[in-house]
Design a protein around this ligand. Structure first.
Ligand code: SF4
Length: 294
């Protein structure tokens, strides 16, 4: 994440300022949001269903292990996923939910050793993934200077979400996820407005949930655009200016981002990038890495 950690050093006393050190801003690594497959019991390869398509070579039901999953919970075709028709696996990111469920919620006991709790583990995994995704967005929002007016609320939401991830399997399974997502989303929306305020022609760039599949947006000025949940599948975004654009939940599958500028793009995830196309000239936010297949 691009979050800067503050030093926590006490500043010289000022008559009109608090002498308390600024609270540190948690980052993705500190929150455990970077996936560590070696500490996970292959949960994304078991718990989730997938349907035979351009992304997956086979049908698989939720709770059934993928036939490529080895006994050590590693993928037997990891180095060859795209060629074998499993490009969907290269796109997926659990935000560290897999290792949290494996090592924290279930204390390191895997579903093969304890088949009696396997179903519960598979049910909890998608819940944890959503919580970790929210933590990712909240940490990003907290690191933005423009969101200072809502920092206290963002921090409280982050702490609450973090606390929820440490609940028992029963508590996680019973969580009202839509309600919690809704509460967090209000803050993310407010953050988005604060960050994009003052962008030229912003009103014309309100494209929330827009159907832009295959749209020709080469070189488009989308700076500060609201593209929340927009369908940008296979859109031509070559050379587009997407600085400070809100891309939360935007579907970027096969969108061409070659030469696009995503510096400061809001709430963009590695999964979205992995699903898109791009090249060496695409400018990325510092928290994200250039997909190896670009
Ligand atoms: S192909 Fe590999 S990464 Fe994909 S679900 Fe199967 S075991 Fe997991």
């Amino acid at each position: 994440m691009s979050a800067d950690r503050t030093t926590g050093h006490r500043q010289p006393a000022q008559p009109t300022q608090s002498t308390e050190p600024a609270p540190s801003i948690p980052d993705a690594a500190g929150l455990g949001l970077l996936s560590d497959c070696g500490s996970c019991f292959g949960l994304c390869c078991v718990a989730l269903p997938f349907a035979a398509s351009a992304d997956f070579a086979i049908d698989k039901d939720a709770g059934r292990p993928c036939p490529n999953l080895q006994t050590d919970f590693r993928c037997g075709v990891h180095s060859d996923l795209r060629r074998r028709g499993f490009s969907g696996c290269t796109v997926f990111d659990c935000f560290g939910a897999g290792q949290k469920v494996s090592q924290v919620t279930f204390g390191g006991q895997d579903w093969r050793q304890a088949p009696g709790t396997a179903r519960q583990m598979f049910d909890v995994f998608p819940v944890m993934r959503q919580l970790h995704e929210l933590l990712w967005y909240l940490a990003e929002a907290l690191a933005l200077p423009a969101s200072r007016p809502v920092h206290a609320d963002l921090r409280a939401a982050l702490e609450k979400t973090e606390r929820l991830t440490r609940g028992s399997a029963e508590e996680l399974a019973a969580l009202d996820m839509p309600a919690h997502r809704g509460d967090v989303n209000v803050l993310l929306l407010r953050t988005s407005e604060l960050v994009r305020a003052g962008v030229r022609g912003r009103k014309k760039k309100e494209r929330r949930g827009a159907d832009l599949m295959g749209a020709r947006l080469k070189g488009a000025d989308l700076q500060g655009a609201n593209l929340r949940g927009a369908y940008l599948i296979a859109a031509d975004l070559k050379g587009a200016d997407l600085r400070r654009a809100d891309l939360i939940g935007a579907d970027l599958r096969d969108a061409d981002l070659s030469g696009a500028d995503l510096t400061g793009a809001l709430f963009l995830t590695q999964s979205q990038l992995n699903a898109a196309r791009g090249d060496a000239t695409t400018k990325l936010p510092p928290a994200l890495t250039r997909p190896t297949h670009w």
